[in-house]
Every structure is written in C-alpha cells, then in structure tokens.
Design a protein around this ligand. Sequence first.
Ligand code: GLU
Length: 280
Amino acid sequence: MPGFVTRFAPSPTGPLHLGHAYSAMLAHDMARAAGGRFLLRMEDTDLERCRPEWEAAIVEDLRWLGLDWDGPIHRQSPHIEAYNARLEPLAEGGLVYPCSCTRGDIRAALAAPQEGVVHAVYPGTCRGRSMESRQPGDALRLDLARALTHLADADLSFLETGPAHEGCHRIDPDRARREIGDVVLSRKGENFVAYFLASAFDDADQGITHVIRGEDLFDFTPVQVILQHLFGLPTPVYHHHRLIRDEAGRRLAKRDDARAIAKYRAEGATPADIRRMVGL
Ligand code: GLU
C-alpha cells in the first residue's frame, strides 16, 4: 500500500503496560506489513503529569519489544504555544470564544447530571463573549454550532477499519451539538492545549494516513474530524483496536503497574511472551 504512515502516541505519565504495548506492536506491525512508516510521538503536553523518566522507560520497553520507528521521536511539549497560535484564524472567524467558567459553574448551570456522558457538555454560558474580552486564565472554546454552520457543505465523515465500528461514519451535526458541545481548545497563560487538538495538528503535520489507537479514543474522532475541516487538514483512516483488559474485564490503566512491561521483563518474560499475552 503506498504511503501508509502511522504512529504510536503515548502520553509519558506512567509505565508502558500491556495495553500500550499491544497498541504500539499493532501499529508497528500494520505499518511494516504495508511497507509503510511507523512514527513515535510523545504526547507530553500535560506538563504536570508527564515526566522525562517515563518517556525514557517507554522508549526502553518499546526497543526491548523489538519495535523500531522511523525518524526522531516527536515531542509535543515544546510546541504548545505554536499549537495555540494556530487558533488565530478561528478567533478571527468568530468560531471560538473566551470562557471563564469553572467546573463548579458548569455543574451548577447544567439542570441535571447527564447519565452516561463522560464529559458534561458545556451549557454555553460564555458563548457570545468577544475575543477582546479575553482575560489571562480564560479558556478558549470552540463555538460548535457556528463551526458546523461554517462547515455546512463539508463532508464530515471518516473511514474506520477497527473491529468494533468498522465502516464509514458520517458526523451528524445535531448529535455533535448534543454530545460534543463547545469543547475547550486552549487556556491562556496556562501553557495548555487540548490533547485532541494537538494530536490532530500533529497527525496532519506528520502525514499520518492511518491513526491506530485504542477503542477508548473512538469518541474523540468526530471532534478531530470537525477540527480537521476547520483547519483544512486531511482526515486519516482510523483504526480503533480492542482494549486489553485484566481478568476482571477492567481496562488497564496507567496506575496498573502490575501489568507494566517492565515488571514482566523483570520476571523473565520475552517479547514473544508479551505478544502471546495480548493475542498477537
Ligand atoms: N496520547 C494518547 C494516549 O496516551 C493517545 C492519542 C492517540 O493515539 O491519538 O492515550
């Protein structure tokens, strides 16, 4: 397949565990099978939780697993200001607005807690505020309704090849307004950029043709596709893979040090054992 480019994009906030190892090996194997490229990106924009020691440990585990990546590791943290600067055209077009609401304000403004919704959809309290009124510490939110109107003629869709959601997904504007809402893209003076925004910029800048990642990130895809259209970026093919779960069926988390690759290594496991354990 010509031009297959994918990546593994961990956030170095903890050790590499079985779930990450599966993600990395799958993306690596798919790239190599396609004669394509496999890149490594550190999504280290959460300056409080990301640590260089974790990055070094992740790199060591990936090498031990026998993975090789093309080109240098791309780190996001030095580019936070640059990601935020790219929001300027959206600000000029009236598609973002400053917001000073705290989590408490948002909870209070929502009539009832929303069952099953991971992130409470912002009730729009600050919508309509001008960019001139922006204060240090204010977040910048996407005015989703205006953005969708702006994109009325766009083909808001993406191709998914993963097992759980295989097929072409068309983004329904009404559902997006209900389920995504006016998301925070950045926060002034706090060196913060939304993960899904930085990731969407990097996927485009690095020429990623196939995003291979865990099913837990499937729900971020619609907002990333909307952002790709707003910024004139291409939409890659998505492949959301199954999650590796523990014996109780819970998905592994970073704090799940018991499933850390380093621990299996210390106990004498081989890379082939790890591949077997995750079903590769
Ligand atoms: N950085 C994200 C994570 O560690 C992955 C982002 C992505 O693959 O798009 O879960």
